[in-house]
Design a protein around this ligand. Structure first.
Ligand code: NAP
Ligand code: MG
Length: 474
């Protein structure tokens, strides 16, 4: 056994028994077997955690940034020692291939630790404006609610800058990925982070998540997940007049212009769309291509998809693992059928499970071409390995298609002419656009336009979400 599970919650610096008997079964999506059970926190448990966080807040906020960051330094040391175990835990609970769990799911969060500590140490908390001092100070108790698709990165983008800023945290991870959160919590316990600064309540969104959003001691909520759940969180928080940061879904467009390097554009586009079996909020799931080059693009994309190795996520050769749950798998398959029913051309993949993989929640990497942007598969977030290739008739039309979405999270433009690419990028109503490549930069602001949410995470902009602004007139 490479992972371990606690049947307790972590509140006020202790592993404690939950108040009730409700539990959550954690299922390995590659075997369909139950790996472990963890507590499903009740409203009473959340109340206990929120009150512990509120008690810990004044002393924690009163420390200097350097004193707080010393804990992040210690976390960084212990995290490195646990990273292989963490990678195996994430593979077991949500099914991402082990190689990607090492590089992406644990590797990138590892970088966030040091980066956050540097940022919090260097940040100018007090600035002068005429005769006034503008002071930025910790916001208060943060309620953090995270998804399963990139569990530790999502946890770290909230908990670490909040803790470094002087906030205290009540965290609810997704039902599908509580084991990785418990393991990181063990490390926070081992480095003797003061009691109440970080509290872990595993549980369901409906009960524990909603209780966090509504709790009067929680002063700020940061949520990453689907647009539907995000709207509930915002409504729950509204009654308490508390700000919410919402990082929600996407349906991002990869706009390929007629002078683009097709190899590069399709390669990068496939990497983005099929990364993590398509379970990425920022995935470029719509490839918007010049009509005259539709066949050429489709051929290249299919050739890349045929090279994917779908299967056991513990096998180092695997590039696409199972989908997180049976429900998500069924939803993806329903979308694939809708694409066929609405008349898109199935270029590869399809609704049947991949050959030889009867057990586990596997889906065939699927590409549709000649897709109309009004089709369901072009409008709705599928959150699986499904790409829609959509023809355009020039730059103007490509921008129109890209923006014809309720979402606006990421996107891309490929062109040999940097000026032309930039002009298109500026017209896209989305929070991030990559030009001529798929880039992962962890310190630039990340967040959505439209129904992809509001507020920003990552780097300085993400850090500032956890700070209040006080003006002192001298
Ligand atoms: P989800 O079902 O919305 O769940 C996200 C988290 O919210 C989970 O912890 C969930 O608990 C909780 N939750 C659900 N309903 C809630 C409610 N009414 N009140 C409070 N909390 C609630 O999303 P998911 O399936 O885990 O993740 C996939 C979604 O996340 C996709 O839409 C994806 O685009 C989005 N995402 C966005 C970003 C970004 O940065 N923009 C990053 C990653 C993922 P349960 O586990 O009990 O459902
Ligand atoms: Mg869910």
């Amino acid at each position: 056994m490479t992972w371990s599970a606690r049947e307790q919650l972590y509140i006020d610096g202790q592993w404690v028994s939950p108040s009730g008997t409700e539990t959550i079964e954690v299922v390995d999506p590659s075997t369909e077997e139950v790996l472990a059970t963890v507590p499903a926190a009740s409203e009473r448990d959340v109340d206990r955690a929120a009150r512990a966080a509120a008690r810990a807040f004044p002393a924690w906020a009163a420390l200097s940034p350097d004193e707080r960051c010393a804990y992040l330094d210690r976390l960084g040391e212990q995290y490195a020692a646990q990273s292989e175990k963490l990678a195996r835990t994430i593979t077991a609970e949500m099914g991402a291939p082990i190689t990607q769990c090492r590089q992406v799911h644990t590797g990138i969060p590892g970088e966030v630790i040091g980066q956050t500590a540097r940022l919090a140490r260097e940040y100018e908390y007090t600035t002068r404006m005429g005769e006034s001092l503008i002071v930025r100070e910790a916001y208060g108790v943060l309620g953090a609610i995270t998804p399963w698709n990139n569990p530790i990165y999502m946890m770290f983008l909230k908990a670490l800058p909040a803790i470094a800023a002087g906030c205290t945290v009540v965290h609810k991870p997704a039902e599908a990925s509580p084991l990785s959160a418990q393991l990181v919590c063990e490390i926070l316990d081992a480095i003797e982070l003061p009691a109440g600064v970080y509290n872990l309540v595993t549980g369901t969104g409906k009960v524990a998540g909603s209780a966090i959003s509504r709790h009067p001691a929680v002063e700020l909520v940061s949520f990453t997940g689907s647009t539907g759940a995000g709207a509930h969180v915002a409504a729950d928080a509204a009654a308490g007049v508390k700000p919410v940061v919402l990082e929600l879904g996407g349906k991002s467009a990869n706009v390929i212009l007629d002078d683009a390097d097709l190899d590069r554009a399709v390669q990068a586009g496939m990497q983005s769309a099929f990364n993590n079996a398509g379970q990425m909020c920022g995935a470029w799931t719509r490839m918007v291509v010049p009509r005259a080059r539709l066949d050429e693009v489709t051929e290249r994309a299919v050739a890349i998809a045929e090279g994917y190795v779908v299967g056991d996520p513990r096998d180092e050769a695997t590039t696409i693992g199972p989908i997180v749950s049976a429900a998500q798998r069924d939803s993806i398959v329903t979308y694939i059928r809708s694409g066929i029913d609405q008349g898109a051309t199935l270029a590869c993949g399809g609704p049947e499970p991949p050959k030889g993989l009867e057990r586990g929640f596997y889906v065939r990497p699927t590409i549709f071409t000649e897709v109309g942007n009004a089709m369901k598969i072009a409008q709705e977030e599928i959150f699986g390995p499904v790409l829609a290739i959509i023809p355009h008739d020039g730059d103007e039309d490509a921008v129109r298609i890209a923006n014809d979405s309720i979402y606006g999270l990421r996107g891309a433009v490929f062109s040999a002419d940097p000026g032309r690419a930039l002009a298109v990028a500026k017209r896209m109503r989305t929070g991030e656009v990559d030009i001529n490549g798929y880039k992962l930069t962890i310190d630039i602001p990340f967040g959505g336009y439209k129904k992809s949410g509001y507020g920003r995470c990552q780097g300085r902009f993400g850090f500032e979400e956890f700070l209040q602004i006080k003006s002192i007139q001298l």
